[in-house]
Write a protein that binds this ligand. Structure first.
Ligand code: NAD
Length: 329
């Protein structure tokens, strides 16, 4: 069975490719290699077909489908950084909405078994300190990023409803692990702590996220691809909720650094307070549960970044530009 993986040179897509390969699937990756894509993530994987292509390029995508004739499409490719979407929403709407439309249209022309559409927990909007999101909770996205992901999510629903395309939607929580592009919160903290630089924390650091190790998410999506019901939506969460400030303190503690490195900066505009997913559906229907607890997962991730500081440093020009724009005192 062959899977066409979009965004397979990205953080989670590459973890998915590794796990699917171990399970003997044939894989073809389509990735534009934006600033966030990096082929080093795939270096260790053998017998991989790779196409450098933009998902909005209809002709190129159609050719890839003609050559590969995939059984499954697992759609990870996206613009993914909320802060960047606040600076400029255009690439988010282009890739996440129009790019998804192109993939859905072309999948419709080929006889695919399943199209796995990767959305996010951010489609639901925010929670206060109580409650959790169920798959049928109304969607109320707040950032340009989450709005573009909601449009992607709903387009998948529309193509299932309207054209009978076999779509399944996944809404994962906050992922972390090796190879995450270092604009995201955990690698920023690890890098800055390692360098003894001030660690920027938005607002008072009280925002809560549900932290999931990347391989757990990749496994969940593969199992949903194999066992999920067409037209259904599955939340994918770990149950490990943590406030941002506690995440920073935990990293500092593991690295044996002082809390004095913490520096509070002006809050992100429209910053969602808390996300938390109810995962009864994936547990009961698919039989999946997250395996990695945050202490083990964070420790593994920190160790990986400390051993790959050179990799982060190849991205420093881009990062410093971004940090100047988003971390305001
Ligand atoms: P990432 O930014 O690390 O990787 C995205 C990949 O998509 C990159 O390799 C990039 O080159 C590629 N890409 C971007 N635009 C493209 C285009 N127009 N055409 C082809 N390829 C393109 O992202 P990630 O963190 O691995 O996230 C993967 C998916 O999971 C995304 O859809 C994201 O919205 C979703 N998601 C992520 C998280 C998380 O915590 N990281 C949580 C929930 C959902």
């Amino acid at each position: 069975m062959k899977i066409l993986v979009t965004g397979g040179a990205g953080f989670i897509g590459s973890a998915f490719v590794k796990i699917a390969k171990e399970r003997d699937y044939e894989i073809a990756v389509v990735d534009k290699l934006t600033y966030a894509g990096d082929l080093r993530r795939l270096e260790a994987i053998k017998d991989l077909k790779f196409y450098q292509s933009d998902i909005i390029d209809r002709n190129a995508i159609k050719k890839i489908f003609e050559i590969e004739k995939p059984n499954y499409v697992v759609h990870w490719a996206a613009e993914t950084h909320v802060d960047k979407s606040i600076i400029d929403a255009t690439p988010f709407l282009t890739t996440n909405v129009i790019g998804t439309q192109v993939l859905l249209d072309i999948s419709k022309e080929f006889n695919i078994k399943k199209f796995i559409n990767i959305a996010t927990d951010e489609v639901y909007g925010e929670l206060d300190s109580e409650g959790e999101f169920f798959e049928d909770t109304p969607l109320k996205p707040n950032s340009p990023y989450s709005v573009s992901k909601t449009a992607q999510d709903m387009l998948g629903r529309a193509y299932m409803r309207t054209y009978g395309l076999p779509v399944i939607t996944c809404r994962p929580s906050n992922n972390y692990g090796p190879w995450q592009y270092p604009e995201k919160f955990l690698p920023v903290i690890i890098y800055k702590a390692h360098k003894n630089d001030k660690i920027p924390v938005y607002g008072q650091g009280l925002n809560v996220r549900e932290w999931m190790f990347v391989d757990d998410n990749a496994n969940a999506v593969l199992q949903i691809m194999e066992k999920g019901k067409l037209g259904e939506v599955y939340n994918i969460g770990s149950g490990f909720e943590m406030q941002n400030l506690d995440v920073v303190r935990l990293v500092l503690n593991i690295l044996n650094k002082s809390d004095e490195l913490i520096e509070f900066v002006a809050d992100r505009p429209g910053h969602d307070f808390r996300y938390a997913l109810n995962t009864n559906k994936i547990t009961s229907e698919i039989g999946w549960k997250a395996e990695t607890n945050v202490i083990n997962g964070f420790s593994k991730t920190i160790e990986w970044y400390i051993n790959h500081i050179n990799w982060i440093e190849t991205k420093l020009n881009d990062l410093q530009e971004l940090w100047k724009k988003v971390y305001l005192k």
